[in-house]
Design a protein around this ligand. Structure first.
Ligand code: ADP
Ligand code: ZN
Length: 190
């Protein structure tokens, strides 16, 4: 199964992506996770990406597309994969199309999650994450059993820097301007 999930920040792409990838036993490819991993490890990519992510802007296409291209060529993607957070621009969507056609494969499903902006703001500003095992929480809707402590690994949970209110508003703007048109793009392909 080859699946793509589209939707605004905070729509729940990541949460659904984990469930779906487990169910179909396919790798979960999240460009956001890849960037965060690189930021944590201070790689060259991480240092570049951080600048954009913390402002709520998209990481430039030339950095993003190559990562996904490499990842899709990995042997674990042979029987399927789930793309979460990629593509985010028309340019990325077109690049993906080239990659897939050169691999002679097609997407089976494009899933779009609709969500209103006011809900996004509530969700993201209350969102917390475990910096150790990456498990997600929400201070009101999905709090850990012990306040501020990850249920799974006892680490203190944190707020992602880009979940601050100011950055959330910027990410929403970015979504509406650059990513939302992809819904239309894929609808036309059906
Ligand atoms: P969310 O969907 O909640 O915004 P992600 O983890 O998918 O979170 O992405 C976090 C940030 O990483 C984005 O705000 C953006 O700056 C960057 N990013 C992730 N995927 C892409 C992409 N395909 N193109 C450009 N930037 C990206
Ligand atoms: Zn944890």
């Amino acid at each position: 199964m080859r699946i793509m999930i589209l939707g605004a920040p905070g729509a729940g792409k990541g949460t659904q992506a984990i469930r779906i990838s487990e169910k179909f036993e396919i790798p979960h490819i999240s460009t956001g996770d890849i960037f965060r991993y690189n930021i944590k490890n201070n790689t060259e990519l991480g240092i570049k990406a951080k600048e954009y992510i913390e402002k709520g802007l998209l990481v430039p296409d030339d950095l993003t597309i190559d990562i996904v291209k490499d990842r899709l060529n990995n042997s674990d993607c042979q029987n399927g994969f789930l793309l979460d957070g990629f593509p985010r621009t028309l340019n990325q969507a077109e690049a993906l199309e080239d990659v897939l056609s050169s691999m002679k494969i097609f997407l089976d499903v494009v899933l779009n999650i609709n969500i209103d902006d006011d809900i996004v703001i509530k969700r993201l500003s209350g969102r917390r994450v475990c910096p150790n095992c990456n498990k997600g929480y929400h201070i009101d809707y999905m709090p850990p059993k012990v306040s501020d402590i990850c249920d799974g690994c006892n680490t203190k949970i944190i707020q992602r820097k880009d979940d601050s209110e100011e950055t959330v508003l910027e990410r929403l703007k970015t979504y509406h301007n650059q990513t939302k048109p992809l819904k239309e793009y894929y609808m036309k392909k059906v």
